[in-house]
Design a protein around this ligand. Sequence first.
Ligand SMILES: CC(C)(COP(=O)(O)OP(=O)(O)OC[C@H]1O[C@@H](n2cnc3c(N)ncnc32)[C@H](O)[C@@H]1OP(=O)(O)O)[C@@H](O)C(=O)NCCC(=O)NCCS
Length: 177
Amino acid sequence: MEYLLKNGKKVLIRKPTVEDAEAIINVMTTADTETLFLARNPGEFCTPVEREKQIIENVLADDAVEWFVAEYDNKVIGQCSVGLVRRNERYRHRAGVAFVILKDYWNLGIGGRMMEECIKWCREHGIAQIELDVVKNNDRAVKMYQNFGFEIIGTKENALRYQDGTYADEYLMVKKL
Ligand SMILES: CC(C)(COP(=O)(O)OP(=O)(O)OC[C@H]1O[C@@H](n2cnc3c(N)ncnc32)[C@H](O)[C@@H]1OP(=O)(O)O)[C@@H](O)C(=O)NCCC(=O)NCCS
């Protein structure tokens, strides 16, 4: 779906196609050098293009998960995913979400629009609660999640260990639908 942003420009939030594989790889590898708030060290994401295309096809064929890319100025500049935390019947009311946007495009409202698409998917799939982990001092992300009604329900100490030997805690945040 296309959204108007606060800077007057538009962002298209849509499902990926296999043609997006290289752009998605670029978002992941670049983002890992731009922020300490993601799961990987720079260089750790090294999925080859053909494998990425397969992953896109698999996700598109899977009812339990959805993937969105953000297209801005005809370029893929971010992505997010939403999906069941586990497929067993007892867990099918719970979904997880994850977001990444290239630094040049932060604070335009794109993350919020991606969240709207994820929440829509959750409502359509009978999800009762949405969950995520976020690095404790990732103020921008925590603010965005709180704007959407997510609450901090716990803290995982030393969840991440960085290359310099320091650690980061993570909040577990949950939104009930
Ligand atoms: C986190 C992320 C997805 C948010 O997307 P975004 O498009 O930048 O966010 P939005 O513009 O929709 O909203 C950000 C909100 O945080 C607020 N914000 C911005 N900087 C902030 C800061 N330093 N402290 C607190 N709040 C801040 C903005 O004002 C906005 O709130 P508002 O809508 O009430 O004004 C994006 O910044 C990103 O990809 N960051 C790097 C990767 C990452 O951290 N991913 C999340 C891992 S859990």
